[in-house]
Write a protein that binds this ligand. Structure first.
Ligand code: IMP
Ligand code: MG
Length: 332
């Protein structure tokens, strides 16, 4: 059974939540590790219900899956408990002792710091919380009494699961172009978001990973400030059906056509072995709900081929609707 890292290609909101929810059910995931922090909302539609998760791993929809939050993550305690309650995962979620804590003061700093002005951060305080951690002054999960029942060694649990041939997924947040190291600095988030960083936050070495699945959306979107090549006017985005509102913050997303050069960069830096492309039904409405590749129009199939040819990785999963199971799976 493989260990797969799921990572975003662009500026987040590629549909990682949707793809991971599909894998959670289809691949019967045994263990899923969430990385990053509360700034990222992962959306899951399952059995007609929508969940926008900021802390709980998306794979919660598979009731047999162990859910973990890695050492590299920043835990928002109130949001954690709110979501644990809403998803009813009290008995199968764990938090690494060394995950750090993000608090209200970090959010205040995010909103008032002069050097962050104009970046359009989510306002959750992730940058300031990471700054505090770098100063070796952060509060950790093990310092929070309410978290005691959930504390675990995530690196140990995850590596043991991999060694026991369990099905493991490492859930990345945001996308490569929001990476502190490889993105459009200074218009980036406070961490590296590449596949290597996802492994590092979970405590899994690169030799333990079988697949890196990079997630693209058929068009690109971005919230907050910073460059977006090929950006469309809002009227044009609305006309094409590409206008989106952010799941986490309610902000309007800017949009642009798929960019092959950026896609190639995302494949290279993530070391991607496979790709998923979401929202095919938005570009090609006739594909809505399709479950097999033959159901795609010629034009849609050509788009898939072009992505494969230009990036050099196979497009194994194609999203054709919002529900977890609205996917064309080409892995076999
Ligand atoms: P921060 O991560 O809150 O510091 O925000 C820095 C930049 O990353 C801003 O442009 C945010 O809009 C963007 N950002 C952070 N998290 C996400 C996400 O989950 N999806 C999309 N954009 C994000
Ligand atoms: Mg999101």
């Amino acid at each position: 059974m493989p260990c797969t890292v799921v990572t975003g290609a662009f500026w987040g909101d590629e549909g990682k939540g949707k793809i991971i929810s599909y894998l959670a059910l289809k691949d019967r995931l045994d263990l899923c590790v969430r990385t990053g922090s509360v700034n990222a909302a992962h959306t899951v539609w399952y059995q007609g219900k929508r969940h926008a998760l900021h802390m709980v791993p998306v794979a919660f929809i598979n009731e047999g899956c162990r859910l973990l939050i890695g050492a590299g993550a920043n835990v928002h305690v109130a949001k954690f408990f709110e979501e644990v309650e809403a998803t009813n995962v009290k008995n199968r979620i764990g938090v690494d002792h060394q995950a750090s804590i993000i608090e209200e003061k970090h959010s205040m700093q995010d909103k008032t710091s002069a050097h962050l002005k104009g970046l359009g951060t989510t306002g959750w305080g992730v940058g300031p919380a990471i700054e505090e951690r770098v100063r070796r002054a952060a509060k950790l999960a093990k310092d929070i009494p309410e978290l005691k029942p959930y504390l675990t060694d995530v690196a140990m649990e995850t590596n043991e699961a991999i060694d026991a041939d369990k099905s493991v997924l490492l859930e990345g947040t945001q996308g490569l172009l929001l990476s502190l190291l490889h993105g459009t600095y200074p218009y980036v988030t406070g961490r590296d978001t590449s596949a290597s960083a996802i492994c590092s936050e979970a405590g899994v070495g690169p030799t333990k990973v079988d697949d890196v699945l990079v997630v693209f959306k058929v068009f690109m979107t971005r919230v907050g400030a910073g460059p977006l090549p090929g950006e469309l006017a809002k009227e044009e985005a609305l006309r094409r059906g590409w206008f989106e509102i952010a799941a986490g913050t309610g902000r309007e997303r800017r949009s642009a056509p798929f960019n092959f050069e950026l896609a190639k960069k995302a494949v290279m830096i993530n070391g991607a072995t496979q790709a998923a492309v979401t929202k095919f039904d938005i570009l090609y409405p006739e594909c809505k709900g399709a479950k097999s590749y033959d159901q795609l129009s010629g034009e849609a199939q050509q788009f898939v081929s072009k992505i494969e040819k230009q990036t050099g990785v196979p497009v194994v999963l194609i999203g054709t609707g919002p529900e977890a199971l609205d996917v064309i799976d080409r892995r076999n």
